[in-house]
Design a binder for this molecule. Structure first.
Ligand code: SF4
Length: 329
């Protein structure tokens, strides 16, 4: 990986933020695009948030991109543009938690801070037989303390990379390679046939179901309407078509009622129909977004219009960027 051959804290930070909750194959092209467009923290700080979100489009968990931008500005304003390497400075920056601060400080200046990611949780819980559920706040302290004892004081950087790689390549979630594992003779899970029982996780709550009705205005001269999502909610600061959120899925009749209630516009005068005659689903970590696109053929748009030619300049959440890729205006 390109970021493994560097001790530049800016590049390590960028890669760690991009790879949070993201697979390497998916994150790598984004990392390359970011490094190309923003080769240092100054270029990132002077970009607009809209540009940063646009480059991030499709990667999800957009608070990471917003924090990325905020952090770059703070580094330029408070650290004279020199990206910090020390844990104590890093941990104060937006979007940087213990894992990221430990990774940057150990990989860049060999500070003795253990990284505890999902791979480390799994490997240590099996090796030592730790039964605390790993998705609780209590577990973090426990695992970090153990990793702090184990970490090589001479070469914390290699130790951290090795323990994560070991968890990812050998002590894998499914079918770990126990037969060739160097810990076979001492591993608690292997000796006690507890491999599939460890690590322990407590049941996840059911995802919340949400219903989004996107209203797509379409005028003969190619105008439409989009708006910025300004509320503290998913996709904050990204753009969307005007939205009516409902408690359940809406058919045409019920949507007409909602439009009236919302005084959105006089829908009677406008013909509208459901795109592809169906709704779609987009699954996020804690909620499922059931969404539909309603197409309105209107004569003209008087307020807040944007021409469809300009839509490519705006960052959109994945359901909308997919729609834009496929929809024939
Ligand atoms: S023996 Fe198996 S379960 Fe134990 S550490 Fe090695 S790979 Fe993981």
């Amino acid at each position: 990986m390109p970021w493994r051959n560097t001790n530049d804290p800016y590049k390590i930070w960028l890669s760690e933020i991009i790879l949070q909750q993201t697979k390497i194959v998916q994150g790598l092209p984004y990392y390359n695009r970011f490094i190309k467009k923003y080769p240092n923290v100054q270029t990132l700080a002077f970009a607009s948030e809209k540009e940063v979100l646009k480059l991030w489009e499709g990667l999800g968990y957009y608070s990471r991109a917003r924090n990325l931008h905020k952090t770059a500005k703070i580094v330029v304003g408070n650290f004279e543009g020199i990206f910090p390497s020390k844990y104590e400075d890093l941990i104060k920056l937006p979007g940087i938690g213990d894992y990221t601060a430990s990774a940057i400080s150990s990989f860049s200046i060999n500070e003795i801070n253990p990284v505890v990611d999902g791979n480390v949780y799994r490997f240590l819980s099996r090796l030592i037989g730790i039964k605390i559920p790993i998705n609780t706040s209590k577990s973090f302290k426990e695992f970090r303390n153990i990793a702090q004892i184990l970490i090589s004081k001479k070469n914390p950087s290699d130790f951290n990379q090795a323990i994560m790689e070991f968890g990812s390549l050998v002590c894998k979630p499914k079918n770990p390679i126990c037969k060739k594992c160097i810990y076979q003779k001492t591993c608690y899970a292997y000796l006690n046939q507890k491999i599939s029982a460890l690590p322990v996780k407590i049941g996840k709550k059911k995802n919340k179901e949400r219903f989004f009705n996107f209203l797509i205005m379409k005028s003969p001269n190619g105008d439409t309407v989009i708006e910025k999502r300004i509320n503290k909610d998913i996709w904050q600061n990204l753009y969307q078509f005007p939205l009516i959120e409902s408690e359940k899925s809406l058919d045409k009749k019920n949507l007409s009622i909602k439009l009236k209630e919302n005084k959105f516009f006089n829908s009677k005068k406008n013909e509208f129909y459901l795109y592809q005659n169906k709704s779609f689903i987009h699954k996020l970590s804690h909620q499922n977004i059931n969404y539909s696109f309603w197409i309105f053929d209107v004569k003209n748009i008087k307020n807040n219009q944007t021409n469809i030619r300009n839509l490519k300049m705006f960052p959109f959440p994945k359901p909308i960027s997919n729609f834009l890729l496929n929809y024939n205006w």
